[in-house]
Each structure stands twice: as C-alpha cells, then as structure tokens.
Design a protein around this ligand. Structure first.
Ligand SMILES: [Zn+2]
Length: 425
C-alpha cells in the first residue's frame, strides 16, 4: 500500500549553518511505501504518478522529518523538573535513587512505555538514551521501542565508583553485560546498541579501558558519555585523573575518543579538546534546557559549528526540563543569543532533525524527507494556540510562520506523527 501525504513539506538539501536558509526547501507532498519515502514533489505530479495511493491531506500544516533527541536518560522520566540542585548534588539527590528502581523489570517497563508515549506525543520519533546499570532497563527500553517500530539507540550505563552500591558494576561486569546486551539488541529491527560509560567521575580507569576495548571490538556501534558540563565537575575530574591532560584525555587515553563517539554537553572545552574532537569527527550533543536548568553554562553553537564540529540537539531528559524538541530549540536559540549568535529557524529545525541524525551517523536513514529515507514524520500545526496563531497572521515566509511555534509551541503543535510509514496519533 502506498500513502500520498500532502501539506507544506519541509526538507533540507544541505546544512543551513554552511549554506544559509536556502538549504531548506518546501514541496507539496511525499509518497510512502513499505515504511520508506519513495517520492517527494508537487501534489499534482504525485497524484498523477501514484493514482492508487491513499491520500492524507494536511492542507497548510507543516510536514517535517520527525524530531531526533540525541541524548536522553529515559529512566529520569518521572523525576523531570526536580528542584534546586547542580550537577553532582542533582545526581546524588534525585538521579541515583530513581535509577535504583530499575532493577525491577515491571517498573522499568512502565517508565519505558510512558517515556515513548510522552516523546512521540511531542513529535520525537527517534531517541538516543542512557539506561541504568541494570540489564532490565535496557531490555525494557528496546522492547518498548520495538513495539512502536521506532529507530532508537541506547545502552547500559556503566559506573564502578562514586555511585551508591546498588548502582555499581565492575570493569569486568560492565564489559560482560554490555557485550551481552549489544549482541542481543544491536541491529535488531531499528535498534542500535550504544556503549555507555556515564562519565569519567563514575568510572575507574579499568572500567573506561574495558569499555574502550569493547568499542574497538564493535566499532560499528556508537559510544556515548558526558563531557565538560560544569566547572565543579571538571575540577573533580582533574583530581580523579591527575595525569590526564584534560577531561577529554580521560576518555582518549582509554580508547573512548573517536568517530561515533557522542559527547553530551561539551560546554567548557579547552582548545586542545576542541581540536581533537574536530580532528576525529566526534559528535557534540547540545542539551540547552538541561544546561540552563542545572546551571551548567552556555554551549558555543556558533563557534563550534563554524569550526566544523558535528553537532546534535537533545533534551537530556530529566536534567533537561522538557520532553519537547520545540522547547529544546527555543532554549538553543536563547543560549546562542546569550553568546551573541542568533540561530536562524532553519538552523534550529535542522539541528532537531538532520543535525541530530548526522550526529548519530544515521542521516542515510532518518532526519530528512527524501526518497530512500525511512518515513518518520511529524505534522506541525503552525497556529496551535491563540498566542501562536495571532503571532503568525502577518508571516510572509515559512520561517516567520514557524518561529513562533519554535519559541512558544509544545505538544499541542503536534498534529500527527508517522513512524516507519504508519500514522501514530
Ligand atoms: Zn545526560
């Protein structure tokens, strides 16, 4: 069966940071078959070429690739918007007690299902998530994603120091359990396993080395961790690794720096760290609602993009304060404003779709609307609230029509979601 989906179809031919807003284009429709996009173009031409297709006409509503959240902690779903802490206190006060609960399979399944319901209702069709130390949390995540046929990335979070007893593994068990989960889930349907040391303060050098070895043996996998989120954290890393050149070196010396490495936050980077990250083509993941909420600092989107870094956008749920990639784009705009760079709506939207896909090395699969890509779509109502609708009445370009939704939109703007060619909402 073929679907012909009509509306204002937004896609990209290039990175708007490099070529400007003209990197985006608007067309009138796309055709979906077998979970993939097979044609994009003018409505009349598509109707003529595919007369048998089932037509879904969204009128003037906007059709985009679904949002891709490149860094989240699904186990922190229930503790989102917890008050008053900075990174280390926040982990000890809120995160670790909640993550302890994921040894319980039923609890993990309940939260995983709730997490996917919440993110899909916000237009997010793919996520890259941390789990907890427990294998149950990984199984629950991938099982819930498979039931929805979503393209996802995740891995068991490894920690063998500076965490409560119930949340610690060892260098060996981190390696063994990660390897077992990797062989169980990686490449199953739309699932990809990600090797996941939480961050240097909670892993010994032995554990980092074990996970570096696992990555070397499975170089087709991504590796995710955190880097230079807060200045207190960086000082702690300096104490824990007195011979390291800098924070990044704690990963680099253990085989945890490379292409396919995802480094969350990356706010307070040294010049050497920036040049090494660019040199190996690592991915930096910007989590703006988290960075303001936990008081971490201002990511240098303008400077890092200009230097050629591969950058994705993410909520960092629940350090981030929203499940919505619209709210996340708004926060990215605000953070960049505070650094003197006004991100164009085409750049913000690209970050939440094609940019995150590139960061996850999946832009040949998702993140854009083009023949051959998987049909993960979000349909946006550009006048979803009275405040947004009145702000767009004088819009003369798609960007003027879209920017109020970026800044003020939420799940009410999500009219529909398609996952692998199937309509979900
Ligand atoms: Zn995180």
């Amino acid at each position: 069966m073929r679907d012909l989906i009509l509306g204002q179809v937004l896609s990209y031919t290039a990175d708007p940071f490099a070529t400007g807003p003209q990197a985006a284009q608007l067309t009138e429709g796309l055709v979906v078959e077998g979970g993939k996009i097979i044609a994009v173009g003018a409505a009349d031409a598509l109707r003529r070429s595919y007369p048998e297709a089932m037509v879904t006409d969204y009128g003037t509503h906007l059709i985009s690739a679904g949002f891709i959240d490149a860094h989240a902690h699904y186990p922190q779903t229930a503790m989102i918007a917890s008050w008053g802490k900075r990174l280390i206190d926040w982990l000890n006060t809120y995160t670790f007690p909640e993550e302890m609960r994921f040894s319980n399979k039923t609890y993990a399944e309940d939260v995983a299902n709730r997490y996917f319901d919440l993110t899909v209702s916000n237009g997010t069709t793919s996520v890259c998530s941390y789990c907890t130390i427990h294998s149950e949390s990984v199984d629950a995540f991938f099982t819930a994603a498979a039931a929805r046929n979503q393209r996802v990335w995740a891995g068991k979070t490894c920690m063998d120091r500076n965490a409560p007893d119930g949340l610690q593994d060892t260098a060996q068990s981190a390696y063994d359990h990660s390897a077992r989960l990797l062989s169980k889930w990686h490449g199953q349907g739309r699932a990809s396993y990600v090797i996941t040391p939480r961050f240097s303060p909670t892993s010994t050098e032995d554990q980092l080395a074990a996970l570096g070895a696992l990555w070397a043996e499975n170089s087709g996998c991504l590796m995710q961790t955190h880097l230079s989120e807060q200045t207190d954290e960086i000082a702690w890393v300096r104490d824990l690794f007195p011979t390291a050149r800098d924070y990044l070196d704690t990963y680099e010396r253990h085989g945890l720096l490379g292409r396919g490495g995802l480094y969350g936050h990356a706010i307070h980077l040294e010049p050497r760290e920036k040049s090494r990250l660019a040199e190996v083509d690592a991915s930096l993941i910007h989590c703006p609602t988290s960075n303001t909420f936990i008081g971490s600092g201002l990511f240098d989107m303008g400077g890092l993009k200009a230097a050629g870094h591969r950058i994705g956008l993410a909520t960092d749920t629940g350090g981030g304060s929203s499940f919505s990639m619209l709210r996340t784009m708004a926060a990215a705009y605000e953070v960049a404003q505070l650094r003197g760079r006004s991100l164009h709506p085409s750049e913000l939207w690209w970050l939440a779709t094609a940019g995150s896909a590139q960061a996850l090395h999946a832009d040949h699969l998702i993140g854009n609307i083009a023949p051959g890509l998987e049909a993960d779509l979000v349909v946006i109502d550009l006048g979803s609230t009275p405040a947004i609708a009145q702000a767009t009445t004088r819009a003369s370009t798609i960007w003027e029509a879209l920017f109020p939704t970026i800044m003020m939109g939420d799940d009410r703007a999500i009219l529909d979601v398609w996952i692998a060619g199937r309509r979900k909402v």
